[in-house]
Design a protein around this ligand. Sequence first.
Ligand code: GDP
Length: 262
Amino acid sequence: MIIKSTEFIKSATKPAHYPEGDLPEIAFAGRSNVGKSSLVNVLVNRKNLVRTSSTPGRTQLINFFQVNNDFMLVDLPGYGYAKVPLAVKKDWRPMMETYLSKRWNLRGVVLILDIRRVPVEEDLQMLAWLRAFSIAPIIVVTKCDKLSKNERAKQSAIIMARMGLEKKDLNFFSALSKEGKDGIWARIDALLAQASALPEIEEPAEAAEPAEATEPTEPTEPTEATEATEATEAAEAAEAAEATEAADQSDKEAESSPRVID
Ligand code: GDP
């Protein structure tokens, strides 16, 4: 992907404020501090298009960026940060479900997971929504530079088991080494190409009156995605401890060291 331009368009919390137009969209989701801003910045070759968060989880906005006048990248609010007030946490679920079910030009969601952490309930919920609304997922496992090859394999197995994923579903990434960047773009490109491959409607031979521009069809109302909750409860007891402890320890160390991407 050759990036010619990237531009912040606007922030929104509800459909009335989403940008108008029909550009296809790719959204990015993940828990706070997972490395979402770093991933987007690496993808578009910008140091600071998306701000790396100094206070994780505080912003609960959907941020829209336009790339090359061709498509949108959408930064969804991070989730799962313990210190976020309960009221803010409660907003996340309806805000996400509304965006995912109603955004008709959404072509795919990049779901970002930390290689060192066990996926949280919201990660499972995101994946369940994507399945329920038939939105293509691109699973990115990030911060891979922090683990050895052996540890990577071990952590991948935990992530796959918890999320019900296969190895081929995982895109390993590092904002530090840029490992995985091309593969992720290839997946995004494929989804954007699908969007523009819709069959063209033939003009009627003799149209007495110009046809009215057809409104995009609203997706049908979402059914409750309960699968994720069940999967969560089943898996809840399973692992969590070891990997998360290691990641927390390493995050504490990271807090006192400079950002990888600034
Ligand atoms: P966000 O809250 O999901 O947007 O996360 P950020 O992009 O702000 O990243 C959170 C922290 O993780 C920052 O200190 C980043 O420098 C660091 N980070 C992000 N991606 C990577 C990565 O691939 N490797 C390493 N080593 N650190 C990363």
